[in-house]
Design a protein. Structure first.
Length: 67
């Protein structure tokens, strides 16, 4: 899934990539674990999604969503 989203972004299909990042962000937000390693991994994934979403919004020149 990660490669597919990044591929969309690389091809300039920003709206499609942004939609996919949003779906994954919602899915990750639903997970909860008592294991610290799991929580850190979810945090890392979440940070990546936020960063890539920010790239999408920047490409769309929607700078208010980036901040």
């Amino acid at each position: 899934m990660k490669e597919a989203r990044n591929s969309l972004l690389e091809k300039g299909e920003v709206d499609e990539a942004l939609e996919k990042y949003g779906y994954v962000g919602m899915i990750i937000a639903c997970f909860n674990s008592e294991e610290e390693d799991d929580r850190l991994e979810f945090l890392r994934l979440g940070i990546g999604i936020v960063m890539n979403s920010a790239i999408c919004f920047s490409k769309k020149r929607k700078f208010m969503q980036v901040g």
